[in-house]
Design a protein around this ligand. Sequence first.
Ligand code: SF4
Length: 693
Amino acid sequence: GSNLPEVRSTCAYCGVGCGVLLRPDRAGGLTVRGDPDHPANFGRLCSKGTALGETVGLEHRLLTPRAFARDVGWDEALQLVADRFRETIAAHGPDSVAFYVSGQLLTEDYYVANKLMKGFIGSANIDTNSRLCMASTVAGHKRAFGTDTVPGTYEDLDQADLVVLVGSNLAWCHPVLYQRVLAARQARGTRIVVIDPRRTASCDQADLHLALNPGSDVALFNRLLARIHQGGHVQPDFLTRTEGFSDALHAARRDDPIPTGLTEAEIDAFCDLWIKTRRVVTVFSQGVNQSSCGTDKVNAILNCHLATGRIGHPGMGPFSVTGQPNAMGGREVGGLANALACHLDIEDPDHRTAVQQFWQAPKMPERAGLKAVDMFRAVETGRIKALWIIHTNPAATMPDADRVRRAIARCPFVVVSDITRQTDTARLAHVLLPATGWAEKDGIVTNSDRTISRQRAVLPPPGQARPDWQILSEVGRRMGFGPAFRYRSEAQIFREHARLSALAAALGKDFDISGLSNLSDDDYASLTPTRWPVNGPGADGRLFGDGRFFHADGKARFVPVTHRGPAARPTRDYPFVLNTGRIRDQWHTMTRSGLSPRLSGHLAEPFLDLHPDDALRLGVQVADLAQVTSPVGRGLFRVRITDTVRPGQVFAPMHWTAETAPASRVDALVPGPTDPVSGQPESKAAPVAVRRM
Ligand code: SF4
């Protein structure tokens, strides 16, 4: 036992953003329990959150800066980074450098990275692994609402009578939200529908599972929109607050004959349930986003909620659940290549001018920068000559991962900031910068329902590790941008971000936390979970209930969308469709969750799920090794034979890397064509061949 007090913080993993109570022991360890007062989880935790204390050991940690394979001091490392970036920009212009960052960054780190690249280097070449996660939702929200707003709150899940999970295995990927849905089911009989080609753990309690063809979500929601109209369920009131309904309906009707793989009876059952239940929340996640038509899928869902006015009121609305702990914070600071800070638009001259003046920045890019896939293509062709990768592992996790790895290996100057030194990407770095990690650093994260929570440091920084905002600010100062990067604390950065949000609100944007602009350092230290907007509308936490949206005319937009399906279809040579995803107890490339024996015990090695009919045809037995081949790569997987996948479809988890299972890396198999609007790669529908080894 220890007498050290418990400290409130937020879980390191998913976008649910559960509150945790941390009690450090005197030996560098931690015990963790759910925070009973946090509005995301009220004390609940999933297996990953519960095991957080097992993951704070220092094995595999990067503890000193390194440059060209030797340990160096901070001074030398930072000067080297600043000099090489400055020289590269002087010789080749600001667009010859790039940052690739992560939803693991805290808001303050993210803010400083975005400010340095967009305001001072003068390029928009900063993108984030959220591009692989949420970009289609961002784009869909902006098309429909005029801004990237999640309208609802987690309370809507408690108050819904129907929860539809689209492309979301909520039971494994956002377990605490799933527990809230099950509690609502107990309390009020909430129905659950799962729309997913796979029968996942989320189907165990579902009233209906629609195993639709991969990529046919638009056709299904178009059928729903047509039925809503046909049955006279369009809310006329709401139509006056929107534009474009008849075009969207026209497009929806065109999709009527599109096969979805579902029977008419299944479609009827779904449409009837959806239409007759007013309190319906449609939760969507990576099955929607990670698609070459992801943005259209998002808008197909939003169209149905707008047509029925089921948005912004208790127990109803479209609900995007985010992957990473601070995916939302990254969107708020403008950490995507096509965004500006505080949900402002990079291509709007008024927005640019406002931000430039606020930052007193020398220059601002006028166009969007390179989105993740294009960024690594530009690294490959030599256009990007200096690259700084922060808390993410693109050599393992980008689609066409081997090509990305080769591109990074050829880049003249690569900096990696991370907590671990042995990731696939860290091995390619010229300079490695040791950063503090969860429980060692202070800052803010925003969860999927816009709740801002504190992560708090309870452990000392290990070795020479520093917070990312300090590392970035120091490089900014050494590049000659002194005054703008003289930050002394996280609180100071957060106040600046909050002040900038007042400007965004004045320009008509939703992201307003100006009520937090004057937090004292003590207030910041003790900040309790706070949902934005903090000021202005949304007093009950929801937006759009008043029918006011963020397009210039205050109205929402229906977006006409029609079925396109996955970019690549199965062929004779590649007859299977490969779906990818998470497993319950691992996170990303396991650099943290892999440290917990308990978590690693759940599913210890990479596998491939194969339908029994296909197994029979291929002569594959349980536990055989199968070789999976795609046009871009190949891998070996242990076969599980299961009818959770449909014939012709296979599933493999995404967590293993060259470090942990060199022959079984899923992202080396995924070619990853991208959505034309969002730039998000298609990670769940790659044609592959499977054969027994
Ligand atoms: Fe952490 Fe997400 Fe689990 Fe909550 S649901 S404990 S945030 S991993």
